[in-house]
Design a protein around this ligand. Structure first.
Ligand code: HEM
Length: 393
């Protein structure tokens, strides 16, 4: 293993074919340079065994990482180490337990039903991204917040813009766009808070404001945590839903499997998450000398943990590029939700939301067809689909 840069850039974040499909690049990296010093200076880790260990290693820091223009995210649990991380996470924990999620799934169901009712009365065509996945996940997170859904398309756009600055290949243009997105968000969220102060309720935003009044959160932490939940409430989950719908459209046998064999459903969702991992990477900073396989890196290294690559590691997932919903994947084996103290706080909700959409589709329609080419978007950090026209019959 080496941390020296090989002659060629093994991870050309900006190359079109890398963006279209990073899997072959990941495979080469795992074989030739599993601990790879990228030309940008970061140290990229690509094998499952290493990524899984490091993502759970409590000596690694996110607080000490330079987030650049995304610095406001340091005021959220995503950018904090213990004990502040624990303090912030505690405020939201009870909002995403399996019991709470039962309630949110009903909201999601009503939103999905409304979209599908409309499709059923029309010619059955819709965009699985904006009409179905975005609409229903956004309605749900707004309900959790205790607010009326508003500014959905702006929130989608500015969240994507923030994502541009989070990847190691980001440049000055990305930072500018991302900085403007933070400004828009801060103003929007502060407006929502002013309304809530004037007209309180019992949603998650009210819980944040109560935590602020009791000294458990600062004002900036409240503003930026609301921003975080707006983002995570629709972003990766939209990708999971749309990839699942696309998979059913391209492999119609999954419509029957999902409808008739409820025991197969968790395996289907896991396999979409594994093979189409929405967040391709997470970053950490070493605070002490850290062993990664045969390599030792010093304190102060920025580690990029490539969970998209770990999830395709043949050592753990034989024939990794093949979709196989019967794979014996224990719920926690793929790393799409991260793991350890920063492991996804919304994963129960995410699985439930995806299941509501897939179950509703297969129970109401026997055919899901692509009605146009999918439009992919891709930052090196987040793989996503911007548009997926489908026809339901
Ligand atoms: C398919 C959907 C989702 C995927 C793939 C996903 C993925 C992830 C990943 C990889 C992380 C870890 C980040 C890191 O280690 O730096 C994370 C953290 C987080 N996720 Fe999700 N997520 C999803 C949906 C959601 C939803 C629906 C919510 C809540 C509404 C949510 C809330 C969070 C929060 C709050 C964190 C930060 C946890 C912490 O730092 O302690 N996520 N998610």
């Amino acid at each position: 293993m080496t941390t020296e840069a090989p002659a060629a850039d093994l991870l050309p974040f900006r190359a079109a074919d890398y963006r279209a499909d990073p899997a072959p690049y990941y495979a080469r990296l795992r074989r030739e340079a599993p601990v790879y010093r990228h030309p940008t200076g970061v140290c990229v880790v690509s094998r499952y065994e290493d990524v899984a260990k490091l993502i759970r290693n409590p000596t690694l820091s996110v607080r000490k990482l330079d987030f650049g223009v995304a610095d406001p995210l340091h005021d959220t649990m995503l950018g904090q180490d213990a004990p502040d991380h624990t303090r912030l996470r505690r405020v939201t924990n009870r909002w995403f337990t399996p019991k709470a999620v039962e309630k949110w799934a009903k909201v999601m169901q009503a939103s999905v039903d409304a979209v599908l009712d409309e499709a059923a009365t029309g010619d059955g065509t819709l965009d699985a991204v904006s009409d179905l996945a975005l609409r229903s996940t956004f309605d749900t997170i707004c309900h959790v917040f205790g607010i009326e859904p508003a500014k959905m398309l702006e929130i989608q756009k500015y969240t994507y813009d923030i994502g541009l600055s989070l990847g190691p290949g980001s440049d000055e243009d990305d930072w500018r766009i991302s900085g403007e997105a933070f400004e828009w968000y801060e103003e929007h969220v502060r407006g929502l808070i002013a309304h809530k102060r004037a007209d309180p309720g019992d949603g998650l935003i009210d819980a944040f404001l109560a935590a602020q009044d009791e000294g458990r959160m600062s004002e900036n932490e409240v503003v930026r945590t609301i921003l975080l939940f707006f983002a995570v409430g629709h972003l990766d989950i939209k990708h999971l839903i749309v990839q699942g719908v696309r998979h059913m459209a391209e492999h119609p046998e999954y419509i029957g499997i999902y409808r008739d064999r409820p025991e197969a459903r968790p395996g289907f969702i896991n396999e979409i998450l594994r093979i189409e991992t929405p967040e391709q990477m997470v970053a950490r900073l070493t605070t002490q000398e850290t062993a990664i396989g045969d390599t030792t890196v010093p304190a102060g290294e920025v580690l990029v943990l490539l969970i998209g690559s770990a999830n395709r590691d043949p050592e753990v997932f034989p024939d990794p590029d093949r979709f196989d919903h019967t794979r014996p994947v224990a719920a926690g084996q793929h790393l799409a939700f991260g793991s350890g103290q920063h492991g996804c706080a919304g994963q129960v909700l995410a699985r439930a939301e995806a299941d509501v959409v897939f179950t509703s589709l297969v129970n109401r329609f026997s055919t899901i067809e692509l009605a146009g080419e999918p439009a992919f978007t891709h930052t090196e950090f987040l793989r996503s689909i911007a548009r997926l026209p489908i026809r339901l019959r």
